[in-house]
Ligand binder design. Structure first.
Ligand SMILES: [Zn+2]
Length: 471
């Protein structure tokens, strides 16, 4: 018995030894042979897509949004893709989402037709090569794929779009089970994207995972149960004329003086407030990107020359409101933020950013933080900023309200964004605007003017009162 076993084992080893060692090319070919190699694909299902960068508390998972339907159509040769989401609940940006890419052009399709999203093109194209068949095609076409053979699995790596290292794990069944890469992010720096594919099934002659989980920045971004797959589905996704002609608009800043030494810097989707002290400046809010922040910093230095920016203050931790924090840290500013954000931002401002090197990556500065758990005051005796920590609302578990007691100006983000002056009052008072007003009352802030981060500009507090039916 024992002898016969060893004889069989030896024979098996000899046969295995006769096979030539696998290469990246042979591993990819074997996988394409077993998974199929469609020129296009359409897959649908249900599950969830999370709201990246919008956690309730900094460092926690992205908020989940249930999907009643999910359909993705990919044309590998055209390098085009369309993703159609239907959310179970109304969402910021609409209950339906239709995002598309074709090569270096990206756009969203909404009720008013296609809207260019050129800055999103690279990431959307990269995501094509993170799909199971897309990975095999991308790696085969790259011509530079390498192989790391493991115990029962192989990892094939290639460089996509000239700079993204993509690693795909292929198991003993010749199925792509995991594809990983890193993408740039203004807050997190180099950010991991990990796509997990499991429960492979035959769909009309191709193997496709019935279960997809994609993590981004350490938390689930997608969880999908795939119910239908159509290989070689018709998938021509031409670039609309309006998108073909579009260019990325340059960053603009406009400033409005609200009070002596206080300016509302607008000109984009997110505003900031610059406050001048006798020896330094403070900027409230560092939204969006490094590009936006450099423009606001330049504007601040024009408004009040020859003074360093000593403080940058945040209203809350969401990524669209904190994408410039790294830039201000590189500028030497102390970050004044809700205490609950400090451990998270300590990590993000020190994170490597090799894919999109910012000033903090090129010349890293040791970050300084001032956590606010109750109240913090910045003053030189003439100009004063009071910062109050609150327990947030349904949008975030932490807000900081920034109040200038001299000119009686309140700076807040997201809880109340004044619309056009003639906009009708909502039939039901929005709860987060009500919470903001109640917080202001509880803190006994004698607010005259609200300088919001979003909306048409600074407004008298009477407008908030009217908005929530308290006038
Ligand atoms: Zn927010």
């Amino acid at each position: 018995m024992t002898n016969r076993f060893w004889l069989a084992a030896g024979l098996a080893l000899t046969i295995a030894g006769c096979n030539s060692a696998p290469t990246a090319t042979s591993v990819l070919e074997d996988a394409q042979e077993s998974m199929g190699n469609p020129t296009s694909i359409q897959y649908s299902g249900t599950g969830m897509q999370a709201f990246f960068g919008q956690a309730l508390t900094a460092g926690e998972s992205w908020p989940r949004r249930d999907l009643t339907s999910y359909t993705r159509t990919i044309n590998y040769d055209q390098r085009s893709a369309r993703e159609e989401l239907n959310f179970a609940q109304p969402q910021f940006g609409g209950q339906q989402q239709n995002t598309q890419v074709n090569g270096d052009k990206a756009w969203n399709v909404g009720p008013n037709g296609p809207a260019p999203q050129l800055a999103a093109a690279e990431e959307r194209q990269l995501f094509i090569w993170l799909t199971p068949h897309g990975f095999l095609k991308g790696a085969a076409a790259a011509g530079n794929a390498t192989l790391a053979a493991g115990e029962g699995t192989n990892v094939v790596s290639f460089t996509a779009l000239g700079k993204y290292k993509v690693d795909g794990t292929i198991d003993a069944n010749n199925h792509v089970t995991k594809v990983e890469t890193m993408i740039p992010n203004s807050v997190m720096g180099d950010t991991a994207v990990v796509a997990n594919y499991s429960d492979y099934r035959d769909f009309s002659g191709v193997q496709f995972p019935a279960r997809i989980q994609i993590d981004q920045g350490g938390f689930p971004l997608y969880e999908l149960n795939v119910t239908s797959v159509t290989p070689n589905a018709p998938a021509d996704l031409p670039v609309p004329d309006a998108v073909q002609a579009a260019t990325i608009a340059p960053v603009q800043t406009m400033s409005t003086r609200l009070a002596p030494g206080v300016w509302h810097v607008t000109g984009g989707s997110h505003h900031s407030v610059v406050v001048e002290f006798s020896d330094y400046l403070a900027v409230v809010e560092a939204p969006l990107t490094e590009e936006r922040s450099l423009a606001v910093i330049a504007e601040a230095k024009k408004l009040a020359p020859n003074k360093p920016i000593r403080y940058v203050l945040t209203t809350h931790h969401h990524f669209d409101h904190s994408g410039g924090l790294r830039t201000y840290v590189a500028e030497g500013a102390t970050v004044v933020t809700h205490q609950s954000n400090v451990p998270y931002f300590e990590k993000t401002v020190a994170a490597p950013a090799t894919l999109m090197p910012d000033t903090q990556a090129k010349g890293p500065k040791q970050a300084m933080f001032q956590g606010v758990s109750d109240k913090f005051v910045i003053t030189d005796g003439k100009q004063t900023i009071e910062v109050y920590a609150t327990n947030g609302d349904t949008h975030t578990n932490e807000y900081t309200l920034v109040y200038l007691p001299g000119p009686r100006i309140l700076v807040e983000g997201d809880a109340y964004s004044p619309g056009p002056a003639d906009a009708p009052v909502p039939p039901m008072p929005p709860p987060n605007a009500v919470k903001l007003y109640d917080d202001v009352q509880a803190l006994k802030l004698n607010v005259a003017t609200i300088a919001p981060i979003h909306g048409r500009g600074a407004v008298p507090i009477a407008e908030l009162r009217r908005f929530i039916g308290r006038s």
